[in-house]
Ligand binder design. Sequence first.
Ligand SMILES: Nc1nc2c(ncn2[C@@H]2O[C@H](COP(=O)(O)OP(=O)(O)OP(=O)(O)O)[C@@H](O)[C@H]2O)c(=O)[nH]1
Ligand SMILES: [Mg+2]
Length: 265
Amino acid sequence: MQFDAKDTAVRPPVVYVMVVVPTYNERENIERLVPQLLDLDLGSQSHLSVCVVDDNSPDGTGAYADQLARASQRVSVVHRVGKLGLGTAYIAGMRHAMAHGADAVLTMDADFSHHPRYIPAMVAALPNAGLVIGSRYVPGGKVLYPLYRRMLSRGANAFARFTLGLRARDCTAGFRLYRRTVLESIDLDGIFSNGYSFLVEMLFAVQQCGWKVAEVPIVFEDRKYGQSKISRNEILKAVYTCMRLLARRLLGSQMRPNTEIVRSK
Ligand SMILES: Nc1nc2c(ncn2[C@@H]2O[C@H](COP(=O)(O)OP(=O)(O)OP(=O)(O)O)[C@@H](O)[C@H]2O)c(=O)[nH]1
Ligand SMILES: [Mg+2]
């Protein structure tokens, strides 16, 4: 193929997106999800790969992910010794993605509550933001959940927004696309929460660092296969996280970016 330096000089660079999927007993789901992710059409300016972060799932999710990785160079697996929590699983995946040259890291659940069909719109929104959220609570977004779960999610969101001054509508969504520079600007070792409240703490850090957050509407559906891992304990942990971050906010101790950053707002 002819290489035309003049021509390539005006083309926007290819953005390398790595999708991080934390898993614990999600074999039936990743069997369907990973091929759908690899089939996504993001256009010629983006390249996508997948990283499964498995915590030694008893149902063999990790071994199955290894098979997928043997079949495609675009799939990789991070194995951890046991169920170490969702927050550290996200961080392990983010570090893996950055070590492998990703320009952006997309996190999502394995269970199709975060449907791959929304990823192209999220990637398209990235040039205008440091973080793009696949959001249930902006116009066009929706939650197809039982009433109790809907109320829990709404309550957690309202509480996080009120106590921490978060500006995003969906503060607890795990469907997120972070620019690499955003992750580099946050002290990931300083994140103290591990479970689901990790998401609130990360959003707080992103906002404190001054990054712009965009939200793309999604319809969030309940899982069809496998079981939920969320426990009642997570509610208490989320309240604790908000209180601890509120104290930090009131005391005025900002999160210190660990690199020089160019803010996008
Ligand atoms: N590696 C790892 N993955 C986890 C852990 N806990 C949950 N996950 C995964 O994180 C994602 C979200 O967990 P879910 O159980 O779906 O939680 P949820 O979406 O809040 O709850 P449901 O809507 O009821 O499914 C799924 O892909 C899980 O398999 C963990 O400790 N380690
Ligand atoms: Mg789920």
